[in-house]
Design a binder for this molecule. Structure first.
Ligand code: C2O
Ligand code: CU
Ligand code: CU
Length: 478
C-alpha cells in the first residue's frame, strides 16, 4: 500500500464527512423537490380513494428475473439498463446486467471467476454469506484499480442458502452497490432437494432495494445517516408485476438496499410461510404476517396462491407504505402442493457451554466500533480458529445497525433492550442481524474453516463507508 493511496483514502473519508454535513443541511428541501417525478409518492393528506386511484394508475412492468451467470468473466462497468417499460437508466453493472447475473452452485462445486474492473474507481467483489478464504473474500485491501483484474477460485462448502455478491472497496461500497452492483448467489444441496420445494418458474429471487433515478441516472449521495432512495426496485424493475399460477411459490428475498428496511406483508392479509434465512433452511416453518428485513438480510418464503384464481395482490412494505410487487393470479385450476416437513439436520448448533471467550462490540455513532473508525491496515481482534465464542453487539446510538460478520455464520442467542426478542427469521444461522437503538444482541460464533483477515461491519453501507467496520484475524491455534 503506497503512502499516496493512504493519503487519498484519508481525504476521501474526510470528504464523506464534509459532504454529509452539507447534504444534511439541504436534506429537507431536496426531499420535497424530488416528489414531483415520483409516481409512487402518495400525498399523506389524500383520502383512501385518491390513494387507490393513484395506485391503479401506475403502469406495472413484468418483473425481471436475473439471468444465470455465463462464462467466467465478471466485468464491472457503467451500463445502460432497462428498469422496466423500456425506461433506460445509466447504472453500474456486472456483465451489463442489473441486478448482476445469478450464480448457482451445488455444495461441493467450485467457482472460478475473473473480475474485470471497467470502472474509473477501484473495486473488489465480496461474496456475502459465502465461507471462503481470505484471498477470495474480497477484503478492501485487495481492491484492483481501473482496468485491472482479480481472480477468484473457491469451492462451495456450506449449506444451501441464498447469498449474494457486491463490491467492498473501503469508503466506496455504498456508491457502487447503490449504482447497481449486486447479484444473487444460490447454493443448493441434497438436503434441500429432498424437500421437494417449488422450483423452476415456481422459485423466484427477489432483490429488493431503493433507488433515486434522476435524469436517467442512478443518483447516489453519501449521507452518514444512510441513503434513502425515492423509489423501490425489485430485481431492478420499477413498479413490477408477476403473473403467477394458482400454486405455491418459493421466493428467495434479499434486502439489497444500502440503508432502508423493508417490513414485508401481503395485501390480502395472508401469511408468508417462512422456511429459511441467511444461513439456509430453518429447523421449522413459521407462518407470519410480517417480516422485517434490514440491509443484507435474506429470507426464504413460500406463498400459497392456490384458491386465489383471478385475483391480484400486492407485496407491501409496511415501513414506508410502498407497493413492492403486484401478483396477478391466473384462473387456471389449482396446482396441488404438499408442504414439506423441514428438518435441518446439518445445522451444527453451537452451544453456550462451549464458549471460551466473550467479546463486546459497541456500534457507536455512525462511524465507529468500540470507539474506533475503520483502519484498513489495523487488526483489532485475534480470534482462534475453531474456538466457540460469544460476541455481544450493542449500540451507543444512531441505530439501526445491521451487524454483519464475514467468514462464519452465527447463532443469535438473545436480544435484550429495544424489541427484546429474537424473531423467527433470526433463528437458525445468520450472517447479518439488526441492532436497533437500546438493543444488545448476543450471538455464538466459531470460525471453523479459514484462518486469515476478515471483517465485521455495519451493513448500513453509509455507516460502513464512514468507518463502522473492523478487521479481525482468525488465527491457527498454536
Ligand atoms: Cu455484504 Cu462485508 O458485506
Ligand atoms: Cu459479507
Ligand atoms: Cu450502522
Amino acid at each position: 500500500m503506497s503512502k499516496n493511496r493512504d493519503l487519498r483514502r484519508l481525504n476521501r473519508r474526510d470528504f464523506v464527512r464534509v459532504t454529509t454535513v452539507a447534504a444534511g443541511a439541504v436534506a429537507s428541501g431536496s426531499l420535497l423537490s424530488a416528489c414531483a417525478d415520483d409516481s409512487l409518492l402518495v400525498d399523506p393528506e389524500a383520502g383512501v380513494g385518491d390513494v387507490l386511484a393513484k395506485r391503479r394508475a401506475v403502469t406495472r412492468n413484468p418483473l425481471k428475473i436475473p439471468e444465470l451467470m455465463q462464462g467466467t468473466d465478471l466485468t464491472v462497468a457503467p451500463a445502460v439498463v432497462d428498469i422496466g417499460g423500456e425506461e433506460m437508466v445509466e447504472a453500474w453493472a456486472y456483465n451489463g446486467q442489473f441486478p448482476g447475473p445469478t450464480f448457482e452452485r451445488r455444495r461441493g462445486e467450485s467457482v472460478g471467476v475473473e473480475m474485470v474492473n471497467g470502472l474509473q474507481d477501484e473495486t473488489i467483489v465480496h461474496w456475502h454469506g459465502m465461507i471462503v478464504d481470505r484471498e477470495n473474500d474480497g477484503h478492501p485491501q485487495d481492491v484492483v484499480e481501473s482496468g485491472e483484474h482479480y481472480g477468484y477460485n473457491f469451492v462451495v462448502n456450506q449449506r444451501a442458502a441464498l447469498n449474494w455478491y457486491h463490491p467492498h472497496p473501503d469508503m466506496l461500497t455504498g456508491e457502487q452497490v447503490n449504482k447497481g452492483l449486486a447479484g444473487a448467489f444460490i447454493i443448493r444441496d441434497d438436503e434441500e432437494d429432498l424437500l421437494g420445494l417449488p422450483s423452476g418458474k415456481y422459485e423466484v429471487p427477489l432483490i429488493i432495494r431503493d433507488a433515486t433515478i434522476r435524469r436517467g441516472r442512478m443518483t447516489y449521495r453519501a449521507r452518514k445517516s444512510g441513503f434513502f432512495g425515492k423509489t423501490p426496485l425489485v430485481n431492478g424493475t420499477r413498479n413490477p408485476k408477476l403473473d403467477v399460477d394458482p400454486a405455491v411459490y418459493r421466493f428467495r428475498v434479499l434486502n439489497g438496499a444500502n440503508a432502508r428496511h423493508f417490513n414485508l406483508s401481503l395485501s390480502n392479509g395472508q401469511n408468508f410461510i417462512l422456511i429459511g434465512n441467511d444461513g439456509g433452511l430453518l429447523p421449522m416453518r413459521h407462518d407470519l404476517g410480517q417480516i422485517l428485513m434490514s440491509p443484507g438480510e435474506r429470507i426464504d418464503i413460500l406463498v400459497d396462491f392456490r384458491n386465489l384464481q383471478g385475483t391480484s395482490l400486492m407485496l407491501h412494505d409496511l415501513e414506508d407504505g410502498w407497493d413492492l410487487l403486484e401478483f396477478n393470479v391466473n384462473s387456471e385450476s389449482n396446482i396441488d402442493y404438499a408442504f414439506p416437513e423441514i428438518t435441518t439436520s446439518t445445522i451444527t448448533e453451537l452451544s453456550e457451554a462451549d464458549v471460551v471467550q466473550t467479546r463486546v462490540f459497541s456500534f457507536d455513532g455512525m462511524s465507529k466500533i468500540n470507539g474506533r473508525v475503520y483502519g484498513m491496515e489495523r487488526i483489532d481482534e485475534y480470534v482462534p480458529k475453531g474456538q466457540t465464542e460469544k460476541w455481544i453487539f450493542t449500540t451507543g446510538g444512531s441505530a439501526p445497525h445491521p451487524v454483519h460478520v464475514h467468514a462464519a455464520p452465527f447463532k443469535v442467542l438473545s436480544r435484550t433492550g429495544g424489541r427484546g426478542e429474537v424473531f423467527p427469521w433470526e433463528t437458525g444461522l445468520k450472517d447479518t442481524v439488526l441492532l436497533e437503538d437500546g438493543e444488545t444482541v448476543e450471538v455464538l460464533i466459531r470460525f471453523d474453516e479459514f484462518a486469515g483477515l476478515f471483517l465485521l461491519h455495519c451493513h448500513k453501507l453509509e455507516h460502513e463507508d464512514a468507518g463502522m467496520m473492523m478487521n479481525f484475524e482468525v488465527v491457527d491455534p498454536t
